[in-house]
Each structure stands twice: as C-alpha cells, then as structure tokens.
Design a protein around this ligand. Structure first.
Ligand code: GLA
Ligand code: ZN
Length: 682
C-alpha cells in the first residue's frame, strides 16, 4: 500500500515555488501560517528549481528544500516532489548546446523559456539522471513525500540530429525493411520512395509535409520518445522508492478544452501510477455559456479518470484567473467552490492550484494564486480557497470512491492525427474532438455518467459505446466492435468512419467489409457541405438540420431510421440501425443539430435503461454527478448558471457542505453546489 492510497483526505494545495523567495524569510514563514488557514495539505515542490538546486555544474544545494519539506511535514502536509527537467539552468545550455531543442525548420533554440529540451540529448539525459538520483536519495524516505511529479507538462518535439537518429531507429524496429516502410508511406507518390534509412527526415516545412504515413509515424514517435525520456527520468526513482507513486501533469488543449492534441496520453497513462492534469477553463467567457464550458471540463475529467479506471488528480487549476487567456477574468462568487467540486464529482482526488503564491516578477506575476501580492488572508480569492479547503474536509468520507458508467465514448489519438492531416472533406469543419464533445453533451445534460476511453480499452462493461468519425480504423478495431455488438453491446458510429487503416492508407474495394456487416450498409460517398449549406434529416415526422457532412450509402440489410430531406440524395437513408447477434449497431450518416442527438440518444437511453435513476426531473444547466462506493453513492448537484434552479430527485438527503437536510425538490442558488448523501429510509 502506498502512502497515497492511505491518504484519507482529498489533496488541497498546489505548486509552491519557495525557490523564488529564499531571500524573503518572512514570506516563507507567512506561507506556513497561511497554508494552515487555507486548509492546504499538499504542495508540489521543485518543479522549476534546477538553477537553485544546481547553481553550478556539479554543485548542489538542498538545504533550502530540506527546510521546506520539514516545515511542510511539521504542519501536517504532503509534498509532491518534482524532477526539474521542465526548465534547465543557463550554464547547461551554454556549455552543452545539444540540450536545446531544434525546431521543424532545423533552427536551434537559444536558452530561455521552458519545456524546450531535446528528449534524446545524451547530455540532458545524463544531467537529469544525476539530479533525480540525488533527489531520490535525499528525500526518498522523507515522511512528507507523497508522490513524484516527473518534469512538467511534457510536450513538443525536437528535430535535432540525435532525434533524427532515434526516429530512424524507431522506424527500423517498426517496419524492419524499407519495402514495408515504402508501402506504408505510399513511396512512389511524388517520387518519395526511400532508398536508404539515412534519407529519412522528420516532417518539416522546408522538406516533407505531404507523406501522411510519415506524419503519423512522427506523431507516434514523439509520444514514444517522450515516454522514453520519462522512463529514463524515473529509473532510480522506481528502484529506490518503489512504493511512492509517480505521475506527470497532463494538459488539455488550452482554450478549447478539447483533448490534448500532440501526445497520445492514452498510451502515456500506462506508464504513470496516477493520472494528473492541469485544468484552466475560461469561466464566464463571452462565447459560450458556463454550462457549455462545464460540460467540456466534464469530458476531459472523464477521459483522465477512464484511462486507468481510477481516480485522478487535478494537479493545477487557478483559484481566480490565469495570465495567458486573451482576457483573464476572475471567477465570479461561488464559481471557485463549484468548479472545485466538479473536479471531485468527476473522479478527482484533489484540487491543487497553480500556484500557492503569486510571483513577484516575470510573466506569471499576475497569474491567479492562493496568496496575492497583498499577503492578506481577507483577500476574496484567499477566502474562496479557504472555503474549498473546508469543503474538502467536510466531504472526505467520499475519498476512496470511484464512479460507475455504462456509456463510453471512444477518443483515438491516431485517428485525430490522421483525420487532422487528411486533405479532403472540409478542412475547417472536421472538428473531431468537438464532435465527440457534442455527443457527450446529451449525457452530461441528462446526468448520465460517461467514460472517455481509448480504442484499446475493454468494451464489455458498457451498454452503449459511441465512436464518431473513426476515419482511421484498423481491422483489429473493427473486429473488436463486431465482437462487442455480437455479445450484446450497442454501438454508434457516424459519417467519416472507416476510410484508412493504421498506416493511413485507404481501404480498397469499397467500405471495409467488417463495417458493412456490422452496420448493414455500405458507405459509397461522403458529401462535404459549405458552411452556409444545409440539408435535413427526416425522422418520425420531424425535420432536423444537417450541416458539414452527409454520407451516402447503400442499405444492405439495415433498418432505416431517418432519410435525407433534400438534394440529389433526398429520401435516401441517413441513419440506420442494424441488429447483429445480441446487440445493435447504429450509423448516423450526417452531422446533425444537437436536437437530433438529444432525441436519438434519448431513445437509446430509454431502451437500454441508461437513465440516472436518482434524478427525477433534471435541468440542463444543473449537472448531477455521482461518486460511487459498492454500497452507496454520493451526489454532486451543481448549478452552472446564474439563475436559481430547481430539480427533483428521488429521495431526501443530507448536504455534507452545510449539514442541512435536503428535500427531494432541490433549490439551487446561482452557481450553487450541494454534495448530497442520501438518507435511506428503512
Ligand atoms: C502550466 C504550468 C505552470 C503554470 C501554469 C499557468 O500549467 O505547468 O507552471 O505556468 O501553466 O497557467
Ligand atoms: Zn533532439
């Protein structure tokens, strides 16, 4: 049992950078006092501390960190200790320029910024191994050490000679022969046949961008190379502290709150013990409703819970605004508690912040933090944080619970990359991730728990699996879908599914046979519409608007649920249902307005008994999410609107945040959250 599993409280605290304040002992003292007041119990240390830890090559200073770790422990706190590879000291860049990243145009970076080292550089690997070993030797048995925070937000790629060499190596291992590689990369196209391994170069605006197999392999290589670097970082950590869990902080795609685009986190998550991520929604923005955004936040949280099918951690979030949105708006009263509880509701075991104390200089001096420049515990944001600290304490009996879900949505990184690269359809409106989030929205509105899984994950436990726009699909995945449906599963797929295989080569001889058998149709064409074009779906006397994509198909033996309303394919099948074995496969041929998805999934929800049994009458701005134990569920009831709301549930409960008894008719103030423990009448 690791210390982390034994921890019986939610983690609350965040990134703490005392190395920026070593010349201000009174500030460090004040921090300890404020940490107690904020009910903060966990701090991530040393994330960017390399220049303080090793100010000169081979000269190490740990005394300051010893003191902070001891102090935090004395105050009853935990430390998530970072390895410092996210940014390096300037002496290193100067003496060993190979540690600096080279971009796709083959330009080498100057020293500066962060998250810009070469993942292959032998010197960088040697230097990080030395300091990581020192950290684990010194702090491996420290009683405050809860977890390892490896590097910070790994991302990006490097195109230096070392990386080219590693890429060629990776390709040789994968393809064995150049014949195989040229087949997969469709070599003769534009005379791009490779005749010697050394001719291979990573994609570059100065060179190759049009070979889709190369682009896809490069993306896969970058994930593998990042994981390889991570594995290198943790060698001694694993050896010397086998019971201390290891994580690295994942991201979402910044503003949009769609899945992170450049790494395959599904793959990466197999290498960490706990998934953690950094979440920065632009709450109260002027382009979407708070509920719209909340549902996207829910989606990403569900993805991170689903990777390992266990609770995850919010490693960073902000108690107010950030510094890198176009407009850095602060959270409205109530929103901090609400958004923090939303993390827990979706399976997080923490709410940690970036950062504990606002920086005094440089680009993050106005980024929201728990402690502002005023150092004042009466500060509104500080008080919001205290409230969350207290709330986490009040709900701590929920720690240790999971979340049950019968619905899964498949997000696939390979597909995302290949579809993004595809020149065809309508380049601007592919929107794979956004489409998944639109399908998810129905379930979020209906308070039905969803897992967001990879194509490799087991499907057997789900009643319903939704896999829109699987442009890239291997025969193995088709087989898996067939088995799932034959054994009683219900599967939904859509337009732009089934075009290319795992090498990004199209299927020949028509739409793949296993998909024909599964859906009982044969897709023959996909029509891409201009943004102002529309078609419609005719379904049970209703017309639904259709935009962007309409697939045309022959019906083999499927039941036609809806037909097209216009154009040369008016009257032809648009949505179908096919019974196969014990299950059903649905195909939605066109991109529809939300109302269609609501109606369609509403039907499936009733048929397959997916309803949230606890909610009698919900509201689409009020999200209800459960955390489940075997015997008991707790319900988070969250009002993501500025209006008062009322919902009906099936039983009386107790609000753990206020201790009040809550009737089955629940009234919520704007942005209010309740965490309810049902009172079961005997
Ligand atoms: C990222 C980083 C942090 C900090 C925040 C600011 O998540 O990991 O160091 O820069 O962004 O939002
Ligand atoms: Zn490199």
């Amino acid at each position: 049992m690791t210390r982390f599993n034994l921890e019986d409280r939610f983690l609350h605290g965040g990134d703490y950078n005392p190395d920026q304040w070593l010349d201000y002992p009174e500030i460090l003292q004040k921090d300890l006092e404020l940490m107690d007041k904020a009910q903060a119990n966990t701090f991530s240390l040393g994330i960017f501390a390399w220049s303080t830890l090793e100010p000169e090559e081979g000269v190490f200073h740990f005394e300051w960190l010893d003191k902070i770790m001891d102090d935090i422990y004395a105050h009853g706190g935990n430390v998530i200790l970072a390895t410092p590879s996210g940014a390096r000291p300037s002496w290193m860049s100067k003496k060993y320029p190979e540690v600096l990243r080279t971009n796709a145009s083959r330009e080498k970076n100057l020293h500066g910024g962060r998250h810009n080292h070469c993942f292959s550089s032998p010197v960088y690997r040697e230097k990080i191994a030395i300091i990581n070993k020192k950290l684990v030797e010194r702090y491996g048995n420290h009683p405050a050490l809860l977890m390892w925070h490896i590097s910070n937000e790994y991302s990006g790629d490097c195109h230096c000679d070392y990386c080219q060499e590693n890429f060629r190596h990776w390709l040789k291992k994968k393809y064995q022969t150049l014949e195989e590689l040229n087949e997969a990369w469709w070599g003769p196209f534009w005379s791009h046949t490779i005749t010697d391994w050394t001719e291979i170069e990573s994609p570059s605006p100065l060179g190759e961008t049009m070979v889709h197999g190369l682009n896809l392999d490069w993306n896969r290589f970058v994930t593998d190379q990042t994981i390889d670097f991570f594995e290198h970082e943790i060698k001694d950590i694993r050896r010397l502290t086998p019971t201390i869990p290891v994580t690295t902080n994942f991201m979402a795609d910044t503003y949009d709150l769609i899945p992170f685009q450049s790494l395959d986190y599904g793959k990466f998550s197999k290498h960490v013990d706990v998934v953690s991520w950094d979440c920065y929604p632009a709450w109260h923005n002027d382009w979407e409703s708070v509920a719209d955004l909340a549902s996207k936040v829910g989606f990403i949280n569900d993805q991170y819970r689903s990777f390992k099918q266990q609770p995850f951690l919010i490693m960073e979030s902000t108690p107010s605004g950030v510094n890198w949105h176009d407009v850095n708006k602060t959270k409205r009263p109530g929103m901090h508690l609400l958004s923090s509880m939303q993390f827990i509701a979706h399976g997080s075991d923490s709410n940690l912040y970036f950062q504990w104390r606002k920086s005094r200089g440089s680009s993050e001096k106005f980024h929201g933090a728990v402690v502002d420049h005023d150092n004042d515990e009466q500060n509104r944001v500080f008080k919001d944080v205290v409230q969350v600290g207290q709330a986490l304490e009040k709900i701590k009996e929920i720690k240790g619970s999971y979340k049950r879900a019968k619905v899964a949505i498949i997000y696939d990184s390979d597909n995302n990359w290949a579809l993004g690269d595809a020149q065809g359809f309508s380049n601007a409106s592919k929107q794979y991730s956004q489409t998944l989030q639109k399908h998810y929205r129905y379930f979020w509105n209906q308070d039905i728990a969803v897992e967001v899984i990879t194509k490799e994950q087991d499907l057997a436990n789900y009643e319903l699996v939704i896999a829109p726009m699987m442009y890239l699909i291997s025969e193995a995945t088709m087989k898996k879908w067939q088995d799932y449906v034959a054994n009683g599963g219900h599967l939904v797929s859509t337009y732009i599914t089934g075009y290319v295989n795992e090498h990004d080569l199209t299927y020949i001889n028509g739409w793949p046979r296993p998909l024909q058998e599964l859906f009982g149709i044969k897709v023959t064409e996909t029509d891409s519409l201009y943004p102002k074009d529309q078609n419609s779906l005719h379904f049970e006397n209703h017309e639904y608007v259709v935009q962007d994509y309409c697939s045309l198909f022959e019906v083999i033996d499927s039941e036609v649920l809806a037909t097209y309303g216009a154009d040369f394919y008016q009257g032809q099948a648009a949505v179908t249902k096919n019974k196969v074995g014990k299950g059903t496969a649905y195909f939605i041929g066109a991109r529809t307005e939300a109302a269609f998805l609501e109606m369609f999934y509403g039907e499936l929800t009733r048929q397959y008994g997916l309803e949230n049994q606890w909610v009698v009458q919900g509201d689409s701005d009020v999200s209800v999410q459960a955390r489940d134990f075997e015997e008991k569920s707790y319900y988070f009831v969250m009002n993501f609107s500025q209006e008062k709301k009322e919902i009906q549930v099936s039983e009386e409960s107790q609000d753990l945040l206020t201790n009040e008894t809550v009737l089955p008719t629940i009234s919520l103030a704007p942005y209010e959250v309740k965490v309810l423990s049902p009172i079961r009448l005997k």
